[in-house]
Design a protein around this ligand. Structure first.
Ligand SMILES: Nc1ncnc2c1ncn2[C@@H]1O[C@H](COP(=O)(O)OP(=O)(O)O)[C@@H](O)[C@H]1O
Ligand SMILES: [Mg+2]
Length: 244
């Protein structure tokens, strides 16, 4: 399916360079990254700790600025977008999942999930209706009024998935979404991400250390030292983990 070159290009990065300047030293975190992702793509990024995976996600999604190169999302150059336009664009068209759940502890599951809608100006009654529908999709409608501390790790990650899909985003970014979970719970979370990717025809980009998780994606990009080394197809990743 990823061989199908006719689907719309959603993300296009060209020669992205990013340096962190800590005052004492300069760290070249991205050293000229090129990447194209299409509608419906589910793409894994792998590589050793510190090779620039999180930095790449943050630069591609408009969370962080970079030194040079271009990133185009849906044909729009994000480097030329004003900050408020970028924030709105991110809220409307992107979902985010992190390894640590980033849920607000004082809010209930439903309140956490509806937050992005409230922020982007949806009426509270409508926001609550959609939050409960999103919780239903991750099989947590009955825990809508629980706070994060009352939920297991897997349930908390499902709440973050509900929060990230509540806007039906075209793009899903996930930074080690299964990193803190046991393998069975990780499989459940991957089932959910694959289902959302398929049903919304999303472009899903996820960082993972787990070859089994990567093998569930259509494409796997291998990074080292701020560069993309090579790409494996799903068949190649499945062969690498001995599943085909
Ligand atoms: N805020 C920061 N300030 C300075 N250096 C950073 C910062 N964030 C990341 N780095 C450095 O940039 C490199 C890439 O980091 P990162 O993108 O987090 O890697 P990964 O996600 O692959 O583990 C590392 O050398 C890291 O130490
Ligand atoms: Mg990282």
């Amino acid at each position: 399916m990823s061989e199908n070159g006719s689907r719309d290009v959603v993300i296009e990065a060209h020669q992205v360079v990013k340096t962190y300047d800590t005052g004492l030293v300069q760290v070249r975190a991205l050293n000229g990254v090129d990447l194209v992702a299409r509608r419906g793509d589910m793409l894994a990024i792998m590589g050793p700790s510190g090779c620039g995976k999180t930095t790449l996600l943050n630069c591609l999604s408009g969370l962080d600025e970079f030194d040079s190169g271009t990133v185009t999302i849906d044909g729009q150059d994000i480097t030329r977008m004003a900050d408020n336009k970028k924030t709105e664009f991110r809220a409307k068209s992107m979902g985010f999942i992190f390894q640590t759940y980033n849920l607000l502890p004082v809010l209930t599951a439903a309140e956490n999930v509806e937050l992005p809608l409230i922020v982007s100006g949806t009426r509270p009654s409508e926001a609550r209706r959609r939050a409960v529908a999103a919780l239903d999709k991750v099989a947590l409608a009955d825990r809508a009024n629980d706070r994060p501390a009352q939920l297991s790790g897997g349930q908390r990650q499902r709440v973050t998935i509900a929060r990230s899909i509540v806007n039906d985003p075209a793009i899903m970014w996930a930074d080690e979404p299964t990193g803190a979970l046991d393998s069975q719970t990780a499989t459940e979370i991957m089932d959910l991400l694959a289902e959302v990717n398929e049903s919304l025809q999303q472009t899903t980009i996820m960082v993972t250390h787990d070859p089994g998780v990567a093998a569930r994606c259509h494409r796997t990009i291998h990074m080292a030292d701020g560069e993309i080394l090579r790409e494996d197809s799903q068949a190649e990743m499945l062969a690498a983990i001995g599943k085909r």
